[in-house]
Design a protein around this ligand. Sequence first.
Ligand code: ZN
Length: 429
Amino acid sequence: MLDQDVASAIIEAVDRSFDRQLRFTQDFVRIPSLRGQEHTVQDFMASAMAERDLSVDQWRIDVDDIKHLPGFAPVTISYEHSFNVVGTYRPATRKGRSLIFNGHVDVVPTGDAARWTTPPFEPRIDGHWMYGRGAGDMKSGLAATLFAFDAVRAAGFQPTAPIHFQSVVEEECTGNGTLACLQRGYKADCAFVPEPLQPKLLRAEIGLIWFRVHVAGDPQHASGFTSVGANAIEKALALWPHIKALEDLWNARKSDHPVYKNHPHPIRFNIGEITGGEWTSSVPSTATLHVRCSVLPGWSLAEACAEIEACVRNAALTDPYLSNNPPRIEYHGHMAEGYVLENGAAQEAVLADSHRMVFGTALEEEVTSAATDARFFGLYQGTPAIVYGPICESAHGFDERVDLNSLRAVTKTMALFLADWCGIERAKA
Ligand code: ZN
């Protein structure tokens, strides 16, 4: 556990640079890093790391490098602009335990931008909130990793173990960004992912599957004067209640899950997008449901997929047209197992101490119906992964915002965690 004077000096250093941290976070949010457009924001992160004398590794993700690895998710877009950046601190003397800080720069679409109070990529501070797409999820947390490191050094110390700052893409859709960091050989004794799931220890997260249900219709004149055809959009919509019924079926299985049995509703099936049709006066020839669903930790993804496929197949059998023209299922993103943090007693103890020094209260735990990239470290690298971050509201919604009081406090916890976990020594003048 850190000496109280050392902890106080680090905490004060976070306070001193907090205005600068906020300006940096606003500049970060101002860069609209939607999927497939993350290259400029990664240049921004690479220079922030270079300014801190970290050795910077910036590379484009190559599907061929990772497609054979566990945890890989199918991709249907080009990775032309999909770069990861890892900044590494290598200590002069090494005695402590190494650390990975990991966060994602990709943000989800804004929805109708006109319905935001102010434009989503013009971050605004109002009271103790910062508004903007990505302000909460999760640019504030990722920026905080660098400022936590700054604070330790500004207080006159240097860490005595390697630290990798991973700025990744693709968290919101595949996780292939973090997977590419594993493939590249980055490994440490602990991973820390400051997702905005509150300043609590995340004990468990669900897994995710993205799938599309493609329906092929029979296009005809909409008047039906030749024949009524088969309306692909109507056929696709008729499938949805059958698919949605899996949500209740799967949630019922939580009762024998050791971690999720008390969670009110861990599984969700969400149509995120519907595409289809060609012309108002034509019977549509295509329609696609784009669905995200979740699975509990420990479930087999292959079995879950088989169940989804059987459900769609059986639903199609209730319709004469679809019986003869069965829908096609495509997996186009997340294929993620759930994750429960285990074997992390040492990491958890340091987090609990750090949290208590900042908040004055015991660290609480939570279990979420969302997913993070933490699973990669825990499941495929044997590295316990801590998820702990600021308070965010309206993630993926309008007026996404991060609570700046929690951000300040979480930055302090992270700085203390870094110092305690990695070890520190007085920097030579
Ligand atoms: Zn996130």
